[in-house]
Design a protein around this ligand. Structure first.
Ligand SMILES: [Zn+2]
Length: 216
């Protein structure tokens, strides 16, 4: 990412310290199979990047100051989209029927908002104990914000997950470097889980790191 292309809008002259502050992008590498929570203010942009390709990212968001009660809702979003694929410029919605995020860029265009996160019992029923899961990752990274159980994890927006006709197949959708960029329409807490599902050839057969870029 170029550091030379800072737009004038990135300069914050309202700090009152007499010096302009430069908002620089911060890249957070989320290790394979792990989760990451981050806060964004209304109007800020952030980006989810698939660094190596074919890596699903389970994504969720909550409105700050609501004790995790107002949250990104795939049900409401499907209603507003009249479908399951947001176009650039369209919004994701909360369970209070409010737009929470706007999709401002997307180099992949293939995502899912129909399936739940992978969860501990899914792996246990397949004979794999103590496997990391997206629901578990969400609970772990959201614990400081008051989430007590993976059962409280939301239905995710499954970025880079390819589920044609609601089928789960070994289909990747993203290439290395593919990204989605959102604009926050409210002060949010966001969480992303680098999906640990490494069985049956999913996630390209190898779970890999992703990046979350904030401060855009
Ligand atoms: Zn998963």
């Amino acid at each position: 990412m170029s550091h030379s292309g800072i737009s004038p809008a990135a300069y914050d002259v309202s700090s009152g310290h007499g010096e302009a502050q430069v908002s620089m992008p911060k890249t957070h590498i989320v290790p394979a199979a792990h989760g990451f929570a981050f806060e964004v203010k209304k109007g800020e942009l952030f980006r989810i990047v698939d660094l190596y390709g074919e890596q699903v990212v389970d994504f969720a968001a909550w409105v700050q100051g609501t004790n995790l009660t107002e949250k990104l809702s795939m049900d409401y979003t499907r209603y507003h989209l009249r479908g399951v694929t947001p176009a650039i410029g369209e919004c994701l919605w909360t369970n209070k029927d409010e737009p929470i995020l706007q999709l401002v860029d997307d180099t992949c265009h293939v995502h899912d908002m129909t399936f739940m996160s992978c969860f501990p019992e899914m792996y246990a029923k397949k004979g794999v104990e103590n496997h990391k899961s997206c629901a578990g990752n969400m609970a772990e990274v959201m614990k400081p914000y008051g989430m007590n159980s993976y059962l409280d994890a939301s239905s995710p927006f499954n970025i880079f997950q390819n589920t044609p006709n609601y089928s789960l197949k070994r289909l990747g959708s993203s290439k290395p470097g593919d990204q989605v960029t959102f604009k926050a329409l409210k002060d949010c807490i966001c969480a992303a889980s680098c999906c640990p599902y490494d069985l049956d050839g999913f996630n390209g057969g190898l779970v890999t790191d992703i990046a979350v870029v904030t401060g855009l």
